[in-house]
Design a protein around this ligand. Structure first.
Ligand code: ACO
Length: 357
């Protein structure tokens, strides 16, 4: 019996195909490489929502929804202040009221997608003791996040890189957070509860919490030449290398290459060193576990892209959520449409009651 539900099909979906053997990711018919090259965040959202929600004029409607979300900040921010950003984001999202479906309100998929960058930027600005920056409804979603964080218009090159990142991570089969969202959606608890559940699942280092530790690892290694020795000691101590290994991929995670090419177009002081570390890690992991293919995952180059666009490492998991909420909401809509409660079985292996004499 498998304890991680490996290989179990829990949902039929039109959202994305993850072929772990071939290292292929298809998002509603588009290879991830093409999606990241040709779409912005609003484009991938429209692609994922197509047939499940209104996708007409999505860019202005999303901009207007960001402005609407900003009106909730004074009410929701105090309870979230001081928490780590991913926890603060979860607390603020959980504070939105569920709306009836098909309305354009705050607790709908549109309202939730819009609220994520607005709430995150408010949390960051408050923690920095800076004035909050209201959303610009006319800006692109990615550019507006950078603008609200920095308090000045985003560099178009960095906004484009962030857009490519958000598209790349927008959906990925039935990963842990998407599964959590679908389980809650299947109870008809609503989009706010479902996205809140997804945020809880994303936080862990085995899922979305890895890219911050990737940078910690690069910092600890210091220079490329130190990588083989550092990695050897880490594996000998029984620790895992962050940014490597994947439950599904038995080869390279295709998203790693998409993001590697994104970061190559930016001036990242870490990229050359990271490439050296990656090579040393792959050699060491193969030696460590010759029976188990362990290759680079999306988080390795995520760390470099998000660092290069100017995000602090404490914001990496929230940034992942800002992209993945496109997939979460699409899956929530798809699950709700299916109308079927997700309720797997367990096998009892505990003690049996003793039979009365
Ligand atoms: N470094 C060292 N050893 C590893 C690594 C790694 N990164 N990943 C797996 N292994 C080893 C495990 O220690 C395990 O060995 P054992 O059988 O002796 O205990 C073996 O490979 C199999 O590991 P599992 O945990 O069964 O593999 P699983 O498929 O469950 O793990 C996971 C996938 C959680 C991503 C794992 O590879 C890992 O912990 N990686 C590091 C964290 C990371 O990068 N997370 C981000 C994932 S990508 C994402 O969520 C978007």
């Amino acid at each position: 019996m498998t304890t991680g539900l490996d290989g179990i099909v829990a949902a039929e979906t039109v959202m994305s195909l993850v072929d772990g053997q071939r290292g292929v990711l298809v998002i509603r018919g588009l290879p991830v490489e093409e999606a990241a090259r040709t779409l912005d965040f609003e484009g991938v959202l429209a692609l994922l929502w197509d047939g499940f929600a209104d996708t007409a004029d999505l860019k202005p409607r999303l901009g207007a929804a960001r402005a609407a979300a900003f009106r909730h900040v004074p009410r929701l921010l105090p309870a979230a202040a001081g928490l780590p950003p991913i926890d603060g984001l979860r607390a603020m999202i959980a504070g939105l009221a569920d709306d009836a479906p098909n309305k354009e309100g705050d607790g709908t998929p549109l309202g939730l997608v819009a609220a994520m960058p607005v709430f995150l930027a408010a949390l960051v600005r408050l923690a920095q003791g800076k004035a909050l920056v209201a959303p610009d409804p006319k800006a692109g979603h990615a550019a507006d996040l950078l603008r609200m964080l920095a308090g000045k218009p985003a560099d178009p090159k960095l906004a484009r890189a962030l857009d490519a990142y958000l598209v790349t991570v927008s959906d990925h089969g039935l990963n842990a957070s998407t599964f959590a969202a679908r389980v809650v959606a299947s109870t008809l608890a609503g989009a706010v509860a479902s996205v809140t559940a997804a945020l809880c699942a994303l936080k862990g280092p085995l899922h979305g919490g890895a890219p911050g530790p990737v940078l910690d690892m690069l910092d600890a290694i210091g220079i490329g030449a130190a990588a083989p020795g550092w990695i050897k000691a880490e594996l000998a101590a029984g620790r895992r290398l962050m940014g490597f290994g994947h439950r599904i991929y038995r080869t390279r995670d295709p998203r790693a290459d998409v993001l590697k090419s994104v970061v190559a177009g930016l001036s990242s002081r870490r990229i050359a060193m990271a490439e050296t570390v990656e090579k040393a890690a792959l050699v060491a992991l193969h030696r460590h576990r010759p029976d188990r293919p362990l290759d680079t995952n999306v988080e390795f180059y995520t760390a470099l892209v998000l660092d290069a666009v100017g995000l602090d490492r404490s914001l990496f998991t929230p940034a992942f959520a800002i992209g993945r909420v496109a997939g979460w909401t699409a899956h929530i809509l798809e699950q709700e449409q299916s109308g079927r409660l997700l309720r797997p079985d367990s096998r009892y292996v505990g003690p049996q009651p003793s039979l009365a004499a």
